[in-house]
Design a binder for this molecule. Structure first.
Ligand code: ASP
Length: 442
């Protein structure tokens, strides 16, 4: 049995939903469908999820709840009308308006896009709607509870099929709605695949597959045929955003492959994401190359610390890391020398605020000779299982960047040899990606 997840563009309007219905009804092996909220209908359109967040903000700033919700209601009413289904969602719309009046949560409002999407598709194709709040469990703080979710979802789904489920959200034990981070319907699809022991998780989107490099930086990069979970995780964590990076965790429990497919071009081969190359050796070897893909992100923060005899000071690194942990930040990388240590942190607004505090605490506790902040770092990951067997990948990375006149600020290669990560200045980010693409993938 297969699980299919359809993303926002696949659910954007009635014409798209008809395509989805054709895909689902023409394949008898599909047992479960997970959907996103309607996405953009054209380039400058707004996703329903963003409309919902904006609606809540407007109400919090004093707008009338029914007026603020009206454009969203209208969008769903149009879809229902155009599909010609007999589905009255008035009670649900009214529930949202009264929730808005009574100061509802952000997560509840954000989740309603997926809720309506799933109700509409279920009605259109004559399948059963099962609410994600009865399948996916979170704790009160919004942390996803994997084991409990699997038990619940398995109990509800295992002996039934032809089910449509909203993605992106679940609930706490007291029934409060909580969402995943943005793009989280991908995770719901993976949860359903795991719970139902599905043999395949098809993730339908609006591109032909996972590209070897960011198409905004490199013209027409090739699509990857096959990629492993680990490679995908590295690439999507570093910014390649076809699939939510956390979608891997549920499916890897049962080695379920994920197939990225295009709703608007169903005959395209897509990208197959497999647990290990061994399990799929026939398919994988054909597509194997040293580097599978390249991805990166700008705006990392490096905390550069220098202290003479640092290497002899027992517990120095631990003390630094404890300060960062106490401030609630995750460490991305820790490149170090004999007397130097850099801690790389992902920057977002929240992190920025805590950096000054971290610097002060490290000064007090560790007495470094120098401590500096560099807010200008871009990281690029060159990823591929193939480099395990091949000599000289790191050398090629360095020489390609040197030839493009780019200074390498940091270089990390884990012993797993799945990737080489380089740090360059933000201003060199684009040219570095282009140089590496030419070296390995062109
Ligand atoms: N609708 C949510 C978002 O826009 C979740 C999803 O589409 O996966 O992020």
């Amino acid at each position: 049995m297969k699980v299919c997840k359809f993303g926002g563009t696949s659910m954007a309007n009635s014409a798209c939903i008809k395509r989805v219905a054709d895909i689902v009804l023409s394949d008898k092996t599909i047992g479960y469908v997970v959907v996103s909220a309607p996405g953009k209908r054209e380039k400058n359109d707004t996703k329903v999820t963003d409309l919902l967040y904006a609606c809540l903000d407007k109400v919090r700033y004093g707008a009338n709840p029914s007026d603020a919700f009206w454009p969203i209601r209208e969008r769903f009413e149009n879809i229902v009308r155009e599909l010609g289904i007999d589905l009255d969602l008035t009670e649900d719309y009214e529930e949202i308006v009264s929730a808005l009046k009574n100061g509802t949560t952000k997560d509840f409002i954000a989740s309603r896009g997926e809720y309506f999407s799933a109700k509409i598709l279920a009605k259109y194709i004559g399948w059963t709607f099962i609410d994600a709040k009865d399948l996916v469990r979170f704790d009160e703080k919004g942390n996803f509870l994997s084991g409990e979710t699997n038990a619940y979802a398995r109990g509800r789904l295992l002996n039934v099929k032809n089910i449509v489920i909203p993605g992106f959200y679940g609930s706490t034990s007291t029934g409060e709605i909580k969402t995943f981070s943005r793009g989280g319907s991908d995770i719901t699809g993976a949860i359903v695949a795991r719970a139902t022991y599905s043999t395949m998780y098809e993730n339908w989107t609006d591109v032909d597959g996972f590209m070897k490099c960011d198409p905004r930086l490199v013209e027409n990069p090739e699509i990857m045929d096959v990629i492993t979970y680990k490679e995908l995780r590295e690439l999507s964590y570093m910014g390649a955003n076809v699939l939510h990076p956390d979608s891997i965790f549920p499916v890897r429990k049962h080695d379920i492959p994920i197939h990225i497919r295009n709703t608007f071009n169903p005959s395209a081969k897509g990208t197959l994401i497999v647990p290990t190359k061994k399990l799929f050796s026939g398919v994988y070897e054909r597509a194997d190359s040293v580097v599978t893909g390249i991805a990166g992100k700008r705006d990392f923060i490096a905390i550069n610390i220098e202290k003479s005899m640092m290497n002899n000071e027992l517990g120095f690194m631990r003390k630094v890391l404890e300060v960062i942990e106490r401030n609630g930040l995750c460490v991305e990388h820790i490149p170090s020398g004999i007397d130097t240590l850099s801690v790389i942190i992902d920057s977002n607004d929240q992190n920025e605020e805590r950096i000054d505090h971290i610097v002060e605490s490290v000064r007090e506790i560790c007495h470094p000779d120098v401590i500096e902040i560099d807010r200008n770092l871009a990281l690029i990951a060159v990823v591929g299982h193939g480099m395990l067997r091949k000599k000289g990948t790191a050398t090629k990375v360095c020489s390609a960047l040197a030839q493009a006149n780019i200074n390498i600020r940091m270089l990390v290669q884990g012993s797993s040899e799945l990737n080489v990560i380089v740090g360059v200045e933000n201003k060199d980010y684009e040219s570095a990606i282009i140089a590496l693409y030419k070296e390995f993938l062109d």
